[in-house]
Structure formats: C-alpha cells, structure tokens
Design a protein around this ligand. Structure first.
Ligand code: HEC
Ligand code: HEC
Ligand code: HEC
Length: 474
C-alpha cells in the first residue's frame, strides 16, 4: 500500500475540499424558488447528492476529469472524464445517453460499466434530477481535455461482456422515484438514501455476486445492516440496533453527523470522511433532516439480548493505575487514556468515546485495527473547521500490543464483543492490507464470479491515498 506523509495527507484532505469548491460548487445550496434556482444550479446540487466529484476526480486532479485509480483484486480501473469535452469527456452524450449511463450503467458506446459506478442506486433517480444534472455537466462544468486511462486488468478478465451478465442478473431495472425537493419527508429521505446518495453501496452487505443484498427497506433487516471492508474500513449498520447500529442515535445526531462529521459521541473517519467532506456537508438542512427521518423510520432489527454490563469496573481499574498484569489496559492507560479518557467517554466533538461505540464492538474489527494502526484525521468541515488527528501506532506498538489494546477496548467498560483479534490478524492487515477475518460479514468468492472484477469487497480500494488513515508519519 502506498504511504504518504502526514503533511501530504493533510494537504490532500484540504485540497479535496477546496478542489471541489473551486469547481464552482461553493453555492451548492440552490433553494427551490429562489433566484439562483436555475437548472444548472439545481444540477450542481444533485451532483452533491450523488457525490460524483469524489470518484470522478483523481488525487490532486481537476474536478470531474476522471482518473481516480480504483484497485480491484484483478487489476486497477480508473474513473472516467465526465466533463463536457467532446473528445475525451461526455460532450457528445445526449440526455438519453446520460440517463442510460446513470440508471443502467451503459456507456454511449454500448459497453457495460464496472459497477464501481453506483448505477444500481442511481436507477432510482428522477427524470427531473437527471435532466438538471445533465444541464450542469453540459453548461456548468468546464470541458477538460483528459483522455481516459485504460483499465489495468489483463485479458481475458478485462473483457466487459461478463459485466453485462452481472448487470442482467443483479442490477435493478430503473425505477425512478419522484419526491419533492425542499420537503423533509420520509419519502424524500428514502429517495436520497436509496437513490443519489447510494448509501447502501457501502452500508449494505454484498451477496455471492457481490451485489447489494437489498436495495431498500423492502429487502428486510439486511438492508443497510453493515458492509464488507473497503480500504479496510467497515461501514457499520445504519439500522435501529442499539449495539452495532445507530439505534441509540437521535434524528438530530444523524443530521449533525452528516452535516459536520462530528457529534458528542462519534466522529467520522475512513471512507465516511470522504462522504461527509465531499457530499453530505453540502446537502440542504431539509434533505439531511429527511435522511435522518428515513433512517429512523426503518424497522428495528432483532438483536441478541445481552445482559447489561457495568462500565465502572474498567474505569476503576484504569484510575487505580494497577494495570501491570493486564497488557491491554496498560497500553490503554499509557497511550490512549489522555484523549479517550479512563471512562472511555472521550471528549465531546474532539475525541470519540470508545465505550458503547458501534465501531469498537462491531463483529468485524477491521476498521478498529486499521484506525489504531494507521490513525485517522477528523476532517474539517464548513461547520466544524478544525481538523483533529488520531495518531497511528504502527511504529510505537507491535502487532501483539495492538491486538492487546484492541481486545481490551472491545470488552472494556460496557462493551461486549465477539471473538478476539490476534497478532497474526494485525500483521496481515499491516503487511498485505488484508482485512481481519471474522464472522460478522461473509462474502463468498467461489465460482466464476471470483474471476470477474466485482464491485467493492476485499481487494478493492478507492484510492487509499485520499484517505486520512493510511499515512506514514503520524
Ligand atoms: C463510487 C464511485 C462513483 C461515483 C459516486 C460516481 N461514479 Fe460515475 N463512474 C465511476 C466509474 C469507476 C466509472 C467508469 C466505469 C467503467 O469504466 O466501466 C464511471 C463512469 C461514469 C460515466 C460513463 C462515462 C464514460 O466514460 O462514458 C458517467 C456518465 C458517469 N460515471 C456519471 C456519474 C455521475 C453524473 C455521478 C454522480 C451522480 C457519478 N458518475 C458518480 C464511478 C463513480
Ligand atoms: C464510501 C463508502 C460509504 C458511503 C457511500 C456511505 N458511507 Fe456511511 N460510513 C462509511 C464508513 C466506512 C463508516 C464508518 C466510519 C465512521 O463511523 O465514520 C460510516 C459511518 C456512517 C455513520 C455513523 C455510524 C456509526 O455507527 O458510527 C452514519 C450515520 C453514516 N455512515 C451514514 C451514511 C449515509 C446516510 C450515507 C449515504 C448518504 C452513507 N453513510 C454513505 C462508509 C460509507
Ligand atoms: C491525541 C489524541 C488521541 C490519542 C492519544 C488516541 N486517540 Fe483514538 N482518536 C482520536 C481522534 C481525534 C479520533 C477521531 C479520528 C477520526 O475521526 O478520523 C480517534 C478515533 C479513534 C477510534 C475510532 C472511533 C470513532 O468512532 O471514530 C478508535 C477505536 C480509537 N481512536 C482508539 C484509540 C486507541 C486504542 C488509542 C491508543 C492506542 C487511541 N485511540 C489514542 C484521538 C486520539
């Protein structure tokens, strides 16, 4: 895995946000009925809903000119130039071509796209939103001459026809939803989450063909119940599950998290930091409210009942300082307690609490090991402009020590987690980038599907250089 320095990572983060802004997106909040409510400004806003810029911009690249490297288990693919340049971009796309690309994943030349482009979700986008988006890309974005880069997947895996089989088997047929912009209704929230926001592409587990197991609430408790690792970050459950999901979060918590990246009891990191930084912080308040309402409206997921555990025993142990016989507690006290506190409560909006934190108790500890190993940067947002960093411990702690402290917090305070992380798990993640294996998620890579680049899953990385957690000198 390529490492960048901390400074470069910071610069990258800043440049991600400013780069996107200089593409003319600063005024993304087009209020319906107001004087800046033109098709172009509406389309610009829809592009924020769909986070087109995040994938269609290379590291340090010009917005929408493509070239972001996406690794798959069999080789790299690159996002494409979607500026209106006639030679190298989508300048020759008609509205019909553009609609087909978004909803069905078919390019103008008839070839099927890799489902890294979240067209199965975009299949729900309304005609009006796609038309506005088209206006924006044709008239609001400057053409950039930047030829697309060829996929780096060796033949025969590079053949695109298996992708059309995938599309036929798994991609939903277009089902546009019409909702009212400016309304904070549950329906509007459903549209945003299942459609342009494509939240399920990370938060819903994948099936045997790596398709999302459910595309909306009608798919039952599996929908948004937590995804497989991407870049070694796990997108946790967004369902009403008090332990692994966001059952304890209020509507206001969700609203504030998506707008600012931090709330009293959680802070954004990993892949979600990109989502907040590039997309949701630009959403209107009514759209964020609708999203929160929709997530809270999903039926409660039945969870295994566990007897509550008293958190004070761990706090007392740490406060007594008698941790010599408990390796994990000892490391916690020396390295972590200064920020995350002895009671695991953290510091509001600065250092996330570790007690009762879904990331910590997740059945799959990959994200947790990753954040302790490589650290993370809480990105600055327009509403909370300070960047706060979590140091990476890959130099200071060896594999066994990382495993010890991780196991300690997974069962410290009121936390109760399944399984233990071994030194070998940490070593594997550190040296090969392979996620920590566990029973929490299961994706089969059996059969012919294993030979075709699948959308997301193990082995996929969306340009890890842009991610805050993977830099070298923290
Ligand atoms: C998660 C990453 C991701 C997001 C988000 C995303 N795209 Fe894409 N898109 C891709 C990739 C990767 C490709 C290239 C697919 C391929 O080569 O098969 C692509 C291809 C396309 C194409 C085909 C262009 C061509 O070269 O013919 C269009 C049009 C497009 N995207 C538009 C959009 C728009 C508009 C949005 C926002 C609403 C968007 N994309 C959001 C990853 C993404
Ligand atoms: C690129 C993958 C990706 C996409 C797309 C994505 N998320 Fe996330 N999300 C993550 C990851 C990884 C985390 C865990 C890190 C964190 O908590 O910040 C996360 C965490 C969250 C959390 C906090 C959950 C917790 O228990 O800490 C919320 C709420 C959330 N996402 C909502 C959304 C919504 C709403 C959308 C769609 C608009 C969305 N996400 C789209 C990857 C993604
Ligand atoms: C200098 C203060 C500091 C120290 C020391 C520190 N952390 Fe953190 N930690 C943070 C910050 C800030 C974040 C949020 C990072 C982000 O959002 O990317 C964080 C995030 C985390 C998370 C992710 C939780 C979430 O919801 O975002 C875990 C787990 C974690 N730290 C564990 C540890 C452990 C274990 C140690 C000791 C080995 C440690 N931290 C030491 C500041 C610190």
């Amino acid at each position: 895995m390529k490492k960048t320095t901390k400074a470069a990572a910071f610069a990258a983060l800043l440049c991600l946000s400013t780069g996107a802004v200089s593409a003319g997106a600063a005024s993304a909040q087009s209020v319906p009925g107001s004087e800046n409510d033109t098709p172009v400004s509406r389309g610009e806003y829809v592009s924020r809903l769909g986070d087109c810029v995040a994938c269609h911009t290379a590291l340090h690249g010009t917005a929408f000119s493509g070239g972001l490297k996406i690794n798959t288990p069999v080789g790299a693919i690159y996002s494409t130039n979607i500026t209106p340049d006639k030679e190298t971009g989508i300048g020759n796309y008609t509205l019909a071509d553009f609609t087909r690309a978004l909803r069905e994943g078919i390019r103008k030349d008839g070839s099927t796209m890799y489902p890294a482009m979240p067209y199965p979700s975009f299949a729900r986008m309304s005609d009006a939103d796609i038309a506005a988006l088209y206006e924006y890309f044709m008239h609001g974005v400057k053409p950039v001459h930047a030829p697309n880069r060829a996929v780096e997947i060796p033949w025969p895996m590079s053949m695109r026809w298996p992708l059309s089989i995938w599309r036929a088997m798994y991609a939903p047929s277009p089902k546009p939803m019409n909702t009212q912009e400016g309304s904070d209704s549950v329906e509007r929230g459903e549209y945003l989450v299942t459609g342009p926001g494509h939240c399920g592409s990370c938060h819903t587990p994948r099936g045997i063909g790596m398709q999302e197991k459910a595309m909306d609430g009608s798919g039952g408790p599996v929908y948004l119940s937590g995804g497989a690792p991407i870049d070694n970050w796990i997108a946790p459950s967004l369902r009403d599950d008090p332990i692994q999901g966001i059952g304890k979060w209020s509507e206001d918590d969700i609203f504030l998290f998506l707008k600012t990246g931090r709330i009293d009891h959680s802070a954004v990191f990993g892949g979600m930091a990109d989502v907040v930084g590039w997309s949701t912080q630009h959403w209107t308040d009514s759209d964020l409210r609708a999203t929160a309402k929709y997530l809270k409206s999903l039926p409660t997921v039945p969870v295994e009942q566990r007897p509550a555990k008293d958190a004070s025993a761990t706090t007392q142990l740490l406060q007594s300082g008698n941790t010599a016989s408990n390796a994990g507690a000892d490391i916690y006290l020396k390295q972590c307690a200064i920020c995350h506190r002895s009671d695991g409560g953290g510091v509001n909006r600065m250092f996330p609490p570790l007690d009762g934190n879904p990331v910590v108790v997740s059945d799959n500890p990959t994200s947790l090991v990753n954040v302790v190993t490589y650290g993370g940067i809480l990105p600055p947002t327009n509403w909370a402009p300070s960047a706060v960093a979590m140091p990476g411990y890959h130099r200071l702690l060896n594999d066994q020590q990382i495993a010890d402290v991780v196991n300690f917090i997974r069962n410290g305070w009121s936390n109760q987690s399944k399984g233990t992380v071994s030194a070998a798990d940490v070593q594997k993640l550190r040296t090969t980038g392979a996620p920590v294996s566990s029973a929490g998620w299961n994706t089969s890579s059996q059969g012919w599907m294993a030979y075709v680049p699948q959308p997301y899953g193990a082995g996929w990385t969306f340009s890890p250089e842009t991610h805050s957690g993977v830099d070298e000198n923290q």
